[in-house]
Design a protein around this ligand. Structure first.
Ligand SMILES: Cc1cc2nc3c(=O)[nH]c(=O)nc-3n(C[C@H](O)[C@H](O)[C@H](O)COP(=O)(O)O)c2cc1C
Length: 369
């Protein structure tokens, strides 16, 4: 472990660190520049990344006054699983980039704050160790592997470790064009590895014909298709959620295949640039799949008001990506726990001031678009 990479972590939360965007400012001071740029950045010109925020900002909340909120709460149930609040931690790879405790610290914070978390295929600590750190709902994020046998073995390991849903990320068959990370010269340090994939079978070396494309005939030749999703459905009893849906047609197709839920997401603006924001696609997807079909949304969530807006637009759960890593980089498990507490309290205050005591009360009519 390269200790020199990490500055001094905070062991108490300073007075001026009060919300998620404050963690972003602190994280810039706490991380080496190349790692910070890799985390903060998006694809291409970052049009989608900016849009994730700007479209959330464009939505306004229309409160109802004089409502009795004394029986209120943020509890919700999705896929038969109970959640203390609809806020969950998104899968983020390689968390020891931000803190030597990495995913273990995040899971500990999630447990303390009774918050669900999703653990990446590319975690830098073992799925079992991470699972053992939390009593909260834990879901496993799967990147389909080139070898089906190997993919099956990953699912079995996740099942054995106690994960209760499979989140299959389908929007990143290859990396987006991450110019910001390139300019900063980011490369994954040698000591940060996808430890759970250590036994991945080596890929056959492909020799390209000059007429072939390294992208189409190379990287995309092993990319998953809908047939792989149908195969996957035969491999597990766990609910399957597809992450990275923006098109209502894809959403409907997934529902018709028997998929259990969807994450409306553009991968935090890190893959294809110029996609719409998740928040603006959410109502279209809700309309396509109808009520009572689990929808999760992520991308740009930084405030309790953002969570409220996403629920009003049709989400059942809302995931937080970058802010958890900023908090981890600044103060480890303490930072993530503080961030989660702040977000939940902000949601409670928003719900109270908007006159919506329960999650079910938060409807489309509460928003001005
Ligand atoms: C540094 C970083 C690593 C990520 N790693 C993964 C991953 O391993 N698997 C995945 O499905 N999504 C991954 N994501 C995307 C997040 O799960 C999530 O969709 C996105 O961060 C949400 O946007 P937000 O950061 O604005 O909250 C990653 C995002 C970041 C910033």
């Amino acid at each position: 472990m390269t200790q020199a990479r990490y500055p001094k972590f905070l062991t108490a939360i300073p007075q001026d660190l009060v919300c998620a965007s404050d963690y972003a400012l602190y994280a810039k001071q706490h991380l080496p520049d190349d790692i910070y740029q890799y985390i903060v950045g998006g694809g291409g010109d970052e049009i989608t990344l900016r849009r994730n925020r700007s479209k959330l900002d464009d939505l306004l909340i229309l409160p109802r006054v004089l409502q009795d909120c004394t029986q209120g709460g943020t509890h919700t149930t999705v896929l038969g699983q109970h959640f203390r609040s609809p806020i969950m931690l998104a899968p983020v790879a390689f968390q020891t980039l931000a803190h030597p405790d990495g995913e273990l610290a995040t899971a500990e914070a999630a447990s303390l704050l009774e918050t669900g978390l999703v653990v990446s295929t590319l975690a830098s600590q073992t799925w079992q160790d991470i699972a053992d750190k939390t009593q909260s709902n834990k879901w496993f994020q799967l990147y389909l592997q080139e070898s089906r046998d190997f993919t099956s073995s990953l699912i079995k390991r996740a099942e054995q470790a106690g994960y209760t849903a499979l989140v299959v990320t389908i929007d990143a068959p290859l990396h987006g064009i991450r110019n910001r990370a390139q300019r900063a010269g980011f490369v994954l340090p040698d000591d940060v590895v996808a430890v759970n994939l250590a036994d991945r079978p080596p890929l056959p070396r492909k020799v390209f014909d000059p007429s072939e494309s390294v992208v189409f005939q190379g990287m995309m030749s092993e990319a998953p298709t809908w047939q792989d999703i149908e195969w996957l459905q035969q491999q597990t009893e766990l609910p399957i959620i597809l992450k990275g849906i923006l098109s209502p047609q894809d959403a409907l197709h997934a529902k018709q295949l028997g998929i259990d839920g969807l994450v409306v997401s553009n991968h935090g603006g890190r893959t294809l640039d110029c996609m719409p924001s998740a928040i603006e696609q959410l109502p279209h997807i809700r309309h396509a799949v109808g009520d009572n079909f689990p929808l999760i949304m992520d991308g740009g969530i930084e405030r309790g008001t953002d969570v409220f807006k996403a629920i009003a637009q049709g989400a059942d759960l809302v995931w937080v990506g970058r802010p958890q890593i900023y908090a981890l980089a600044v103060a480890g498990a303490l930072g993530v726990a503080h961030l989660l507490r702040v977000l939940r309290e902000e949601l409670e205050v928003t719900m109270s001031l908007a006159g919506t005591p329960t999650i079910a009360d938060i409807t489309d009519e509460m928003l001005i678009k």
